[in-house]
Ligand binder design. Structure first.
Ligand code: COA
Length: 172
């Protein structure tokens, strides 16, 4: 499926507050992601910019984004909140490349593990995080994090925790 986006003119960079509105539109166009308020996206693009990344095409379009934070009690662990790739850009390795760009940026700051949550039926997401783990020669450990009944009162599918690491190998 992945034919690679290495040849495309895509810049990976930290978001700025000026990306907040475009990030909000991208997330809204990428179900099943939950939309957040534009204000929340602005905070992600400012306070959490250091643990987030956006992928921008040469003509200025936001093609992809990852928002995340370092877990306060375990700052060697990046928690990935949301990954979004615009439908026009999917299936070319952009999701994995963004994850790897973020890991590469954060490794010098002591990040060794990545955690995220994924619903059982999100095959694209499991495949993407599986590819990241394989490329890094790391383990992917899966467990229940937020349970459908216990935490969501039946209103949302169970979110499984995917913990990947240690991320010691440098991404290609
Ligand atoms: C999940 C998502 C970010 C993947 O982005 P992408 O750029 O298309 O993913 P990549 O091209 O990097 O693919 C990574 C791996 O996933 C696989 N993959 C991608 N889409 C897939 C799909 N729909 N079904 C099965 N596997 C898929 C690719 O084949 C590749 O695996 P491989 O290297 O072993 O061939 C994108 O589909 C998306 O934005 N989905 C909607 C939002 C979402 O669900 N986000 C994740 C929530 S945690």
């Amino acid at each position: 499926m992945s034919s690679g986006t290495a040849s495309l003119d895509i810049e990976f960079r930290q978001p700025t507050a000026e990306d907040g509105a475009a990030l909000h539109r991208l997330i809204a166009a990428c179900p099943p992601l939950d939309t957040n308020s534009t204000y929340c996206n602005l905070i992600q693009c400012s306070h959490f910019a250091g643990s987030s990344v956006v992928a921008q095409s040469g003509d200025g379009r936001l093609l992809g984004a990852i928002t995340g934070h370092l877990i306060p009690e375990r700052p060697n662990t990046l928690f990935v909140w949301q990954v979004a790739v615009h439908t026009d850009a999917r299936g070319h390795g952009l999701g994995v490349r963004m994850l790897e760009a973020l890991v590469k940026r954060l490794q010098p700051h002591g990040v060794e593990y990545m955690e995220t949550t994924v619903t059982d039926d999100n095959h694209a997401s499991w495949a993407m995080f599986g590819r990241l783990a394989d490329n890094a020669g790391a383990e992917l450990h899966r467990s229940v994090f937020f349970d459908r009944d216990r935490h969501f009162e039946g209103a949302h599918d169970t979110e499984f925790l995917a913990r990947i690491g240690p991320l010691t190998a440098t991404a290609p």
